[in-house]
Design a protein around this ligand. Structure first.
Ligand code: TXA
Ligand code: MG
Length: 334
């Protein structure tokens, strides 16, 4: 069932369901999340069951903005290191997740049993309204992975969530997500900022805000914490995805000619096909706009019957890191 996020009544209804241990999908500025009371291990178990996600994969806990949110942070986390506090000040509410040391005895299921916890304060007004209503019900934060089945394309509209889970799930509609790819994840539990997942907030922005160089997991000796968003094959549509430069794409289309079918193309370059049956969409030249459209385009291609999705390799520029990452993983699935 899809409810209007502008309706205070819908928000109240959702908070009551969450308080009772239920699941509610909610909009954020990045993608839609599948929410449950983060302080209740039983409620969180419902997320893992619904997604088909292994229960040792940690989830992100969403908290309200301002003083109530700060209180929630100190409920779930140990005191933040100074560079993490700087990041929180600059980017919250916004598309940044911080992995920090967890307070023992709270949020164990949400954290997938790890001694760290992922925290994020989303900027979407409907998410904030829901988090405030949850606080009023005694729910300190919402565990919320992307509202898709494990390994699949993240949802950026309420209709996408409905397609994933059907009518039995309560979905709060907040319109299409404007960032379109998941939050940037910075691990703050290792003394220096470590980039676990690139997103809308770039490395350069993180470095400027906290004055520390951002490390890659491979630079550190310890093994990575488990992160399904960082699995090699993830974000996969039904069709196979392949990345190619514009010349290779045009050659493929030329060779197949009028026979080409079940092929979809997402490219910045203008390409020509002699077949009416090739689905073509233009990738924006701007990384922010491309990110916003990415998952919706993959879903549209799947729905259009594509069996093969050819995508023009995005530019090798820093602002494209998040898009490159998602496309590389989509193409890694076989
Ligand atoms: O933009 C987003 O972050 C969206 C929206 C709904 O907020 N959420 C999202 O959640 O992408 P999810 O569960 O699909 O991805 C969360 C990522 C996973 O890769 C997870 O493993 C990682 O965050 N993560 C969460 N807690 C962690 C922890 N304690 N240590 C390491 N990785 C963690
Ligand atoms: Mg996900």
């Amino acid at each position: 069932m899809i409810l209007d996020g502008q309706s205070p009544d819908a928000i109240r209804q959702a908070a009551v369901l969450l308080r009772a241990g239920g699941l509610v999908a909610f909009p954020t500025e990045t993608v839609y999340g599948l929410g449950a009371d983060a302080a209740s291990d039983a409620a969180v178990a419902g997320i893992f069951a619904a997604k088909g996600r292994p229960s040792d994969h940690p989830l992100i806990v969403h908290v309200a903005a301002g003083a109530p949110g700060a209180e929630a942070v100190s409920r779930f986390a140990q005191p933040l290191p100074p560079f993490a506090e700087l990041l929180e000040k600059v980017f919250w509410p916004g598309p940044l997740t911080l992995i920090v040391a967890r307070r023992p005895g709270v949020g164990a299921a949400a954290a997938g049993g790890q001694d760290t916890i992922g925290l994020r304060c989303p900027a979407h007004p409907v998410a904030q309204a829901l988090l405030a209503a949850c606080l009023a019900q005694g729910v300190p934060g919402l565990a919320g992975p992307s509202a898709n089945r494990f390994g699949r394309v993240s949802p950026t509209t309420a209709a996408h969530v409905h397609d994933e889970f059907g009518d039995s799930l309560m979905v709060i509609d907040g319109g299409p997500c404007h960032v379109g790819i998941e939050s940037t994840i910075i691990d703050c539990s290792r003394g220096v900022p470590v980039l676990l997942r690139p997103g809308g907030i770039t490395r350069a922005q993180i470095e400027a805000a906290c004055g520390e160089r951002v490390r890659d997991p491979a630079e550190l000796a310890q093994p990575d914490p488990r992160a399904s968003g960082t699995l090699e094959a993830h974000y996969a549509p039904q069709a196979k995805v392949r990345l190619m430069d514009a010349r290779a794409l045009q050659t493929g289309l030329d060779v197949l000619g009028a026979e080409a079918a079940h092929i979809a193309v997402w490219s910045r370059s203008l390409l020509k096909s002699r077949s009416q049956r090739v689905l073509q969409r233009r990738m924006p030249d701007d990384a922010v706009a491309a990110a916003q459209q990415l998952f919706a385009v993959l879903r549209e291609f799947d729905a259009g019957g594509a069996r093969l999705i050819w995508i023009e390799t995005p530019p090798d520029a820093p602002e494209w890191e998040g898009v490159r990452d998602r496309l590389r993983r989509a193409a890694a699935a076989d």
